[in-house]
Design a protein around this ligand. Structure first.
Ligand code: ZN
Length: 283
């Protein structure tokens, strides 16, 4: 760390020296921004297109730190300062890798090429957000699924809080996490925005809510005898004549169905409400 800082300092001095040589012809601001970016000294931000309209994205050298739908650049800068205690400067153009990653995201809504800087979040919050990144576009999972997958099956509410505080909404798709009963639930950018972005990704939101009201939690196929979360790509391939509906994982298992290895349904907490189970079952 010390060596890195010393090297960074030397590099800055060399560059500042070179820029001074250019005094006769003042360096355009983009050169200064380039120097800052190259040294990783600044926090930059720019806008990008989302299904909810233009959004702001802030980044440091190690990755994306924040996304928000602020009204004005000043609002975004203020929100960034409040959250990180640092200034973010608007850049004319995004670093190449980030721009490429955002283009891929826009095309397929998968953030596989993007890097995130989750510093400042707790280990638990980071685990929640990294697990959320595994949910494919067009699919949803319950809060309880995240809790179980990260090894904290009782922490369903804490998962909800961590997602509500997600500093990088849209790119880390917390909108793909819904209540265990299938209701869409809350969203940091607004509940209507959650429905809109899910719809933009191909989720039939009203079907989701109709199912939730009717108590159906899982879909199975009577040919494979596998059950899934209804939005799992495998469940969506099941034709109507082979579709079997289950109200709980226990019901599916009792009927001789196995949980899908891809969407991994069927934890205790998934079957009922968002409340963690009161006590572990002994048998
Ligand atoms: Zn599945």
């Amino acid at each position: 760390m010390v060596d890195f800082d010393r090297e960074t300092f030397r590099e800055s001095r060399r560059l500042v020296g070179r820029l001074r040589e250019l005094e006769a012809r003042p360096a355009p601001p983009t050169v200064l921004a380039g120097v800052r970016d190259r040294l990783g000294l600044g926090d930059g931000y720019a806008t990008f297109e989302t299904p909810l309209g233009p959004a702001y994205v802030a980044f440091v050298r190690s990755g994306i730190r924040m996304v928000d739908l602020a009204d004005t650049p000043a609002d975004f800068e203020r929100a960034y300062r409040t959250r990180f205690g640092r200034e973010a400067r608007r850049v004319a153009r995004l670093p190449d890798a980030l721009e490429r990653g955002l283009r891929e995201w826009a095309a397929g809504r998968r953030a596989s090429g993007l890097r995130f800087d989750l510093g400042g979040l707790t280990e638990f919050e980071q685990a929640v957000l990294r697990k959320t990144l595994e949910i494919p576009p067009g699919e949803v999972r319950p809060y309880a699924w995240i809790a179980r997958e990260i090894g904290h099956p009782g922490a369903v509410r804490a998962v909800g809080s961590a997602l509500h505080r997600n500093p990088i909404p849209l790119l880390i798709p917390c909108h793909r996490v819904v209540r265990s009963d299938g209701q869409v639930g809350q969203y940091g950018l607004g509940d209507e925005a959650k429905r809109a972005i899910l719809a933009a990704e191909g989720v039939d939101v009203s079907a989701l809510e109709t199912r939730a009201r009717s108590g159906v939690r899982y879909h199975g196929s009577d040919t494979t005898r596998i059950f899934c979360f209804p939005t799992c790509r495998h469940a969506r391939r099941v034709t109507a004549s082979h579709l079997v509906r289950f109200r709980s994982s226990a019901e599916a298992r009792a009927a001789g169905y196995r949980p899908c290895k891809v969407c991994r349904p069927g934890g205790e907490g998934d079957a009922g409400s968002d409340q963690p189970p009161a006590a572990p079952r002994l048998f």
